[in-house]
Design a protein around this ligand. Structure first.
Ligand code: PLP
Length: 396
């Protein structure tokens, strides 16, 4: 018999839970798109989007998902025949590289596997070997949503600088923006790509490309085509051109509300801290479960884990069962594994912990996972919920 009756809980790494306030802000008739409140409101989004990424540089807004932001970043800076260096931690940078390849861009991939972050020596070697400067951009993710590894973006910047290489540094913050601490300007990213449906708590459909002066110069040697051209979208803000057609009206009102919550009420630094505490609570629970049996976090070193998502390894064959049990009996949706195949698929799952989350939601997810471990007789250590509450209690 199922206990699945109350409010369902989505604990996948994107889309994340949409706050009622964001949903309510979207519940309105279609606005005038030529003058009036929508146009005035959109101008207010830009400074807040800059604040979230800690940048004074320009941000273009696209009606797109994360893949659209990837494409926009590539099209505005690169052309067929250029080469990119892909820092392949987990799956997402590799997929971004595959997209570049589909545009005729030569891709040089360093595959760091499913359990590691970027190894700086390998990046340095690849850049030093490129004596003709054929590599035009370095593509990296801050958080890889498949492995849940977090890269040290500032360290990669320093590596690029130490080699004296001139490539653009392009960083995917789609999973991590507003969850993991990020400073676009201080950490020296030339381009940052992001989307609205993860840390920014808004229904999927808006994407962001931030670019600095160096990236703006790169734009001059390419032809991105009208739709992706970030110049049209940012200089000057002519409303209809800014979206190359009808604006994503309701999404923009939703995003306004989400930014009010994150930037003006909670504060972005507090949002990072909340995510850190919640992530640590989840990891404390995982450590306890793993004290008996074979459950463990996919990334051993806590300093290399993302605040936004955790990938768990369960040992032989029970992660799929566990996810199915939670879905069917408890209304909890856990994340399927990405980048793990065959038997590895059945022995991994992901917990999304990005965005609109508080202790009842986190403890609900952890408590439900523990219930499934018991119901399915999966060996695990005790004390996980108590350990998680202690971490939450220490948040100050
Ligand atoms: C979710 C995600 C993407 C892809 O975003 P879509 O909106 O699904 O296209 C890309 N990169 C990272 C790191 C992500 O987490």
């Amino acid at each position: 018999m199922s206990l699945n009756f109350g409010r369902p809980q989505l604990s996948i790494p994107g889309p994340s839970i949409i706050p009622e306030r964001v949903l309510n802000a979207m519940h309105r008739p279609s606005p005038n798109i030529y003058e009036g409140p929508l146009i005035d409101m959109v101008d207010t989004l830009y400074p807040d989007l800059q604040s979230v990424a800690r940048t004074k540089h320009t941000v273009a807004i696209y009606i797109a998902n994360g893949h659209g932001a990837w494409e926009a970043a590539l099209k505005n800076t690169l052309k067929s025949g250029d080469r990119v260096l892909v820092l392949g931690t987990g799956r997402f940078p590799i997929n971004w590289g595959a997209m570049a390849h589909s545009h005729g861009i030569d891709t040089q991939v360093i595959d760091f596997g499913m359990q590691d972050d970027v190894c700086q020596n390998k990046v340095a070697d690849a850049l030093k070997n490129d004596s003709n400067g054929e590599i035009k951009a370095v593509l990296a993710v801050q958080t890889d949503t498949a492995s849940s590894v977090k890269n040290d973006i500032l360290a990669i910047r320093k590596t690029i600088d130490e080699t004296g290489h001139d490539a653009l540094f392009m960083v995917d913050c789609i999973a991590s923006l507003a969850c993991d601490e990020y400073h676009m300007d201080a950490w020296g990213a030339d381009v940052t790509v992001a989307a609205c449906q993860k840390g920014l708590m808004t229904p999927a459909g808006i994407a962001f490309v931030y670019f600095n002066e160096k990236a703006a110069q790169a734009r001059k040697r390419v032809q991105p085509g009208e739709y992706w051209d970030w110049v049209l979208r940012t200089q000057p803000y002519i409303f209809y051109r800014q979206f190359d057609g009808t604006a994503p009206t309701h999404h923009l009102f939703g995003l306004r509300e989400a930014l009010d919550m994150l930037v003006h009420e909670e504060g972005i630094k507090n949002a990072w801290k909340r995510h850190t505490t919640i992530a640590n609570a989840i990891w404390a629970a995982i450590d306890c479960w793993g004290s008996k049996g074979s459950l463990k976090h996919n990334i051993i070193d806590k300093a290399k884990r993302s605040n936004a998502v955790s990938t768990l390894a369960t040992g032989a064959g029970n992660a799929t069962q566990l996810r199915n049990w939670c879905q069917k009996n408890a209304g909890l949706t856990l994340g399927i594994p990405l980048g793990f195949e065959g038997d590895d698929f059945d022995s991994h799952f992901r917990i999304g912990h990005m965005g609109h989350l508080n202790p009842p939601m986190v403890m609900g997810t952890l408590g439900t996972i523990e219930t499934a471990l018991k119901a399915l007789d999966i060996p695990h250590g005790e004390g996980a919920l108590s350990a998680a509450t202690q971490v939450l209690a220490n948040h100050s």
